[in-house]
Write a protein that binds this ligand. Structure first.
Ligand SMILES: [Fe+2]
Length: 276
């Protein structure tokens, strides 16, 4: 993707978002937040791709994927009034269909179209489907990292600001205590992955977010989570007990001990995944 094609996509995202404004020109605030998130993820994508020393056309493509990855959220909110995929629609699939219908999409070369479509469709999948072709994996893995990186930042900032009152007020029934759901703890202890359905308390939520560290693919992502203090904040707010300490220790080790072989590049996709 060249710089001109990237600019067309940046402009289209703004036009696409304008289609969801009300008569007063306002977006619902939760949707406006998604637009800010898409911009921050686009920046993460560009910076991570630069850190990985990807070629210029892949850096442009990475930024474009960041801008596009949550387009499905706009449609989801308009049609269902909320962002809960299990009771509405998979917003990755909604977004993939939306970009495939955009006027610029057909103008792109085939591999770029497939990479964008696959990246948007599966950015939010619990795991990457095994039949995704190898040449689409580097960008798909990067969007999954860049998305999590922004969530780490939002959670850490919310915790530092006021103990993440925004989350507590937006999540009816979320307990504000230090109790960790044993079912969630067992999931994360056994396979380093947990399910949203088992989150009952703020402590559960923090443990789930920390478990996403085990699902990061790229060294520059892990470096940023540690370097920018996000891990330190998450760890400080997580209840410290004999069950959580080994998980925190393992996450910290992963963030500070790097393995170059774990990075994948568009030029030479690696078969090696970090387990997630
Ligand atoms: Fe998303």
């Amino acid at each position: 993707m060249n710089a001109n094609q990237l600019q067309i996509i940046r402009d289209w995202v703004q036009t696409f978002a304008d289609g969801f404004r009300d008569a007063a020109g306002e977006l619902p605030w939760v949707v406006a937040e998604k637009l800010v998130h898409m911009q921050r993820v686009a920046t993460n994508m560009r910076e991570l791709a630069q850190d990985l020393e990807w070629p210029a056309e892949q850096i442009h493509l990475a930024e474009a994927l960041g801008w596009l990855h949550d387009t499905g959220r706009f449609i989801q909110y308009r049609d269902f009034g909320h962002f809960h995929d299990p009771t509405s629609a998979n917003h990755g699939f909604l977004g993939a269909d939306a970009i495939a219908a955009a006027p610029w999409f057909a103008e792109l070369e085939e591999t770029v179209r497939y990479t964008l479509e696959t990246g948007v469709r599966f950015h939010n999948a619990k795991t990457i489907p095994p039949d995704v072709p190898a040449d689409r994996l580097p960008q798909l893995k990067l969007i999954r990292d860049a998305d999590k990186l922004d969530i780490f930042r939002v959670v850490a900032e919310g915790l530092e600001h006021d103990g993440f009152q925004d989350l507590i007020s937006a999540w009816p029934g979320l307990a504000v205590n230090d109790t960790i759901n044993p079912a969630l703890l067992q999931e994360i202890q056994s396979h380093r992955q947990g399910d949203y359905a088992h989150v009952r308390s703020l402590a559960d939520f923090l443990l789930l977010v920390i478990s996403w560290i085990f699902a990061l693919y790229y060294e520059p992502t892990r470096q940023r989570v540690y370097r920018d203090g996000m891990f330190a904040t998450l760890a400080r707010f997580l209840p410290q007990n004999p069950a959580t300490r080994p998980i925190l220790d393992e996450a910290r080790h992963l963030l500070t001990h790097f393995d170059e072989a774990a990075n994948v590049s568009p030029a030479a996709p690696s078969e090696q995944d970090i387990p997630c």
